[in-house]
Design a protein around this ligand. Structure first.
Ligand code: SF4
Ligand code: SF4
Ligand code: SF4
Length: 228
């Protein structure tokens, strides 16, 4: 039977927007900080007061207001790309923590509305500022049941995104290692031939110097003979 850790129980209460407003790179790292007692329970604006109450109950801590010195809750808005302005740079794809954007290099990109958490992380990297936020027209959107219903799917997509990132990084490291392994003998070969080339040059210089010396000696002997 699988053991559910405290981190997993905390993470199950977080909205999985993966927005980083708590100061961590996603809900899971915030859950880890809470489990280790490193952070207060009032740092998640998308979770709001309901989220704080749920965390307080689980962790047996007092209910406190959302941190006033951090970001404040606001209605969820979804990202929409103005496709006629998109230059297909893929920067938004790389920034999206739940892989809610589809597109290829130099082609227009589109947001899958059903997967967008409204984290806003794709806005800043867009070099042509062609991503807008459109408010969600649902008065129930911020209710705890709705938030937690969306969280399941967002967690799954976030985990898949993290796994894909780890695979891509491992693949990149493998390719770099392969390239380094191919380049190493070539460098060694260059290094081993370099002295030979210079020793060839050196031998040639010595040979020419000896020829010159012999020619000078012969010329001197000839001149001495003439004197006699
Ligand atoms: S949803 Fe809350 S816990 Fe998750 S990253 Fe955003 S602020 Fe942090
Ligand atoms: S599309 Fe943008 S706003 Fe929506 S989840 Fe991805 S990064 Fe966040
Ligand atoms: S970052 Fe902006 S320009 Fe680049 S692909 Fe995304 S939407 Fe298009």
């Amino acid at each position: 039977m699988p053991v559910i850790t405290l981190v997993e129980r905390i993470d199950a209460l977080l909205p999985q927007t993966q927005c980083g407003q708590c100061g961590h790179a996603g809900c899971r790292p915030y859950a880890e900080a809470l489990a280790e007692g490193r952070d207060p329970i009032n740092r998640c604006p998308p979770g709001g007061d309901d989220g704080i109450r749920a965390l307080a109950e689980l962790l047996e801590r007092p209910v406190i207001p959302l941190a006033a010195d951090g970001p404040q809750p606001k209605p969820r808005a979804l990202a929409v790309i103005r496709e006629d302005s998109c230059i297909g740079c893929t920067l938004c794809i790389q920034a999206c923590p739940v892989d809610a954007i589809v597109g290829a290099a130099k082609q227009m990109h589109t947001v899958i509305a059903a997967e967008c958490t409204g984290c806003e992380l794709c806005l800043a990297p867009c070099p042509v500022d062609c991503i807008d936020l459109m408010p969600v027209n649902d008065p129930d959107d911020g209710k705890r049941e709705q938030v937690m219903a969306r969280a399941q799917q967002a967690r799954k997509r976030y985990e898949q995104h993290q796994a894909r990132k780890a695979r891509d990084q491992a693949e990149k490291a493998r390719r770099l290692a392969e390239r380094a392994a191919v380049a190493a003998p070539a460098v060694a070969a260059t290094a081993s031939t370099a002295p030979q080339t210079s020793s060839v040059d050196k031998n040639e210089l010595i040979r020419k110097a000896m020829e010159r010396a012999a020619a000078m000696r012969a010329a001197k002997e000839e001149a001495d003979k003439d004197k006699k």
